[in-house]
Design a protein. Structure first.
Ligand code: ZN
Ligand code: ZN
Length: 228
């Protein structure tokens, strides 16, 4: 990892420069794990910042997160870890269905992008068994069936579960936004997952898109608005 390129957010948690989605790097003991890979045109940019990896963790198998898995695997020769409920999507035995106008755009994206087939796929349970007790993987289904959040050193990497609502950023409010319904495979399950993460102990949410969300106030008011 190039020290001048990666931004350290918390000890052992870095944000890399990327295309398509936010890509993070975790240093766990002496090992390095990439979280998500962006769109397929992102591999060379990531490879300019990292020279070795022990694995790639994907938060969920949407194309803007898995697009460069193959491109990185063939260069750095490491496994990709996925939740069992997103495995069929990662290896393209099944395709996601999206609804509405936004969904049509997403479906087109899935079809147009040429994504290489991952070569060394493992279930996320294998990673949990051998890793640090500081690392927690939380199953947060609904955006996709196998979406996960990763809790490490008080950072919650949440994939597409929530994101920062940029319009309030300039006036210092940490507002949090939901994922559009058309991108979710099961919206009720999704809302329950949003409620669930509020119970976790973290200082900052690192979303798959947009800025970090510091503190819990934004998420608290969002969950309050959702009701039970
Ligand atoms: Zn995304
Ligand atoms: Zn997504």
């Amino acid at each position: 990892m190039h020290p001048y390129i990666a931004m350290e957010i918390r000890r052992g948690v870095y944000k890399l420069r990327s295309k398509g989605c936010n890509v993070y790097l975790l240093r766990i003991n002496n090992q390095k794990y990439l979280v998500d890979t962006g769109t397929p045109n992102n591999a060379s940019l990531l490879l300019s910042q990292i020279k070795e990896l022990d694995g790639i963790i994907i938060t969920h198998a949407h194309f803007d997160h898995i697009g460069s898995v193959y491109g990185i695997q063939i260069k750095l020769n490491c496994p990709v870890f996925v939740h069992k409920d997103d495995l069929v999507y990662l290896v393209r035995e099944k395709r996601f269905r999206f609804s509405g106008v936004l969904g049509k755009v997403a479906s087109l994206g899935e079809r147009v992008y040429k994504i290489g087939m991952p070569v060394d796929v493992k279930l996320i349970d294998e990673l949990i068994e051998k890793s640090d007790e500081n690392l927690e993987i939380i199953h947060t289904p609904g955006h996709t069936p196998g979406s996960i959040c990763i809790l490490y050193n008080r950072c919650l990497i949440c994939g597409d579960l929530v994101r920062h609502s940029k319009k309030y950023h300039l006036i210092g409010k940490n507002e949090v936004k939901l994922s559009p319904k058309s991108f979710c495979s099961d919206y009720n399950a999704y809302l329950n997952s949003v409620r669930k993460i509020l119970e976790l102990d973290f200082d900052v949410i690192l979303p798959g898109h947009g800025l970090p969300i510091y503190g819990k106030i934004g998420l608290e008011s969002l969950v309050k608005a959702l009701g039970r």
